[in-house]
Design a protein around this ligand. Sequence first.
Ligand SMILES: Nc1ncnc2c1ncn2[C@@H]1O[C@H](COP(=O)(O)OP(=O)(O)OP(=O)(O)O)[C@@H](O)[C@H]1O
Length: 326
Amino acid sequence: MSVQPVFEARHLSRSFAVGGGPAERLTAKLRRRELPEVRAVSDVSLTVAPGETLGIVGESGCGKSTLARMIAGILPASAGSCAFHGQDYEAFLADRRQALKVQMVFQDPLSSLNPRMRVAEIVGEAAVVHGLVPRAERDTYVAGILGQVGLGPEALGRYPHQFSGGQRQRIGIARALAVNPELLICDEAVAALDVSVQAQIVNLLMDIRAASRLSMIFISHDLGVIRHLCDRVAVMYLGRVVELADTARLFAEPAHPYTRMLLEGMPRISLTRRGFQPIRGEIPSPLAPPPGCHFHPRCPMATDRCKTERPELRAVAGRLASCHHI
Ligand SMILES: Nc1ncnc2c1ncn2[C@@H]1O[C@H](COP(=O)(O)OP(=O)(O)OP(=O)(O)O)[C@@H](O)[C@H]1O
């Protein structure tokens, strides 16, 4: 019997109108013309099991953050749906206390922490407001959470600007943990930090995961971190998942030419020795994605079929992948 996922996304898509200032929107409306749209996320389906960490990788602009914000419930989807433990997501998010079960840790801890609030309030207020902790016990509760993320109780009365980048990210993680989440979404949570601090934060997340059944979605363009932390990995290209596999399998035997290209760019891994010569090139504009397989203009394996027929994401070679040549 398969375990029910904590979270499930079904066919999620999100488009944005571009070039649309108020005047342009009005003109377009009067002329009954549609503004051009960028398809940031297209038809993405995925699940996260209890205790599982799902990685999402891809080059800049492939839709990782848009997907993260839809999963966190802070950006509505244009199409598709989500479920939390099988429950409809709209109903789940409408219950503010329940919605706390999904938390997000952002890339830039300084801009995501209120500069006018002390750490005790930043970390503990949501737990108090939603009745998880009595107000009188807030600081003791927060001190305990700060201990879990490696900060001492002296942090309670300080403001975000009094901490280093790594400490601020610990505060961001503490704020998320304080409301007992079941799903933590980390969107480039270590990208802004020095390499040694990145390692500390990644290890902290691994410790937290080991101590609880916390599920995570970990978004990063850093394949080294993804490999270290994640159980499964979804590779995105131009808004679509092109490969989804167990981490060990993905790194040992990448199936999609785009995954191979990404891995080829990793230090110490050379797939070119196996005869794969990726064409690096630029990512095409998401405003006008290439027909057929979106990756075909950069793919050394592309044939005429790839130029016209979009490959479906299908179960192949022990994973999901969308390529006519696997
Ligand atoms: N609010 C918006 N309005 C218009 N276009 C947007 C908006 N948000 C994202 N996009 C576009 O959607 C696409 C996906 O962006 P997104 O930020 O999700 O990608 P990403 O993979 O997270 O990139 P990065 O790694 O650089 O953060 C991009 O083409 C981006 O320009």
